[in-house]
Design a binder for this molecule. Sequence first.
Ligand code: SF4
Ligand code: SF4
Length: 320
Amino acid sequence: MLTSDQVKKWAKECGADIVGVASMDRFEGAPKQMDPRYIFPDAKAMIVLGFRILRGTLRGIEEGTFYVSYAGMGYAGINHVQQPMALWELCKRIEDEGWEAVPIPNNFPWTNTDSSGQNPEATGKMREAFSRPVSPDKPAPDVFVHMRIAAFAAGLGEIGYSKMFISPQFGPRQRLAAVLTDAPLDPDPLYSGPPLCDRCMACARECSGGAISMEKTVKVTVAGRELEWGEIDYQKCSRYFCGASKAHNPFMTSKEDEEGFNQPVGAAQRYKVGPTYDYGRALEGASGCIRACMVHLEERGKLQNTFHNRFRKRKPWKLE
Ligand code: SF4
Ligand code: SF4
């Protein structure tokens, strides 16, 4: 019989750093457009895999001297290379046992939910006239799987004020993927370890675009627990993540650049500093939601992935 322990062991052998299992009833109440049960109605479990973002990929941006490591290996390469490789292998092993396995990498270009990376006018709502349901009882393709909620439902950690997923191992430093399967796997309990996010607000203070509201929050209930995070301005995040802040983008050297870099991911990713693996260029290195949060959690001794040296020993640079 295929067990959760076996599947989790395989997931790690395939390259995942953390892995948990959610039962499908934990998605009860999800908006229809985001409910993974419509992808595989007979699924009994969702396996959620986390792939660490190496702390070293953020070093060059922290120092302001080397950018492609995070954009390539800390972002796009995980989503476009590492995750598919791991998912192929894991799903093969599950299907060799006679259970269907639906791989879901962190890659949603066809989603009918208007996510920030795909549309300059992103609202987070349904994209009008993009696709239509194949029958009235179904959502329109593609269903958008909220990976952070899936990871919470699989017991891997918390969602922080920044809306980033935070694990006790890596804090905000992982990217998530999932597998839906009809194998009847036992779910992991929801995370009940020491609280991770302490509402320090460093994420909001250090976000180069001011995209995380200090005051307005969003509340949702998942698997019977109320979750709350700061309201995110996705338009701002999409532009500033790509380098819209003059003070945080050393590639912005002219008036023309100011316009070129001040565009959302989907519209601007081929401007000057081009894409890596066809992805947005992640130029500000998640200054608030990853770096500031990671520094805060590491300094408070909250994370299991520890280092001999502190990440931040010098004041973060800022251009005039
Ligand atoms: S920076 Fe602070 S408030 Fe923001 S998510 Fe991390 S721990 Fe929570
Ligand atoms: S990716 Fe950058 S712009 Fe977006 S919320 Fe994080 S720190 Fe702010």
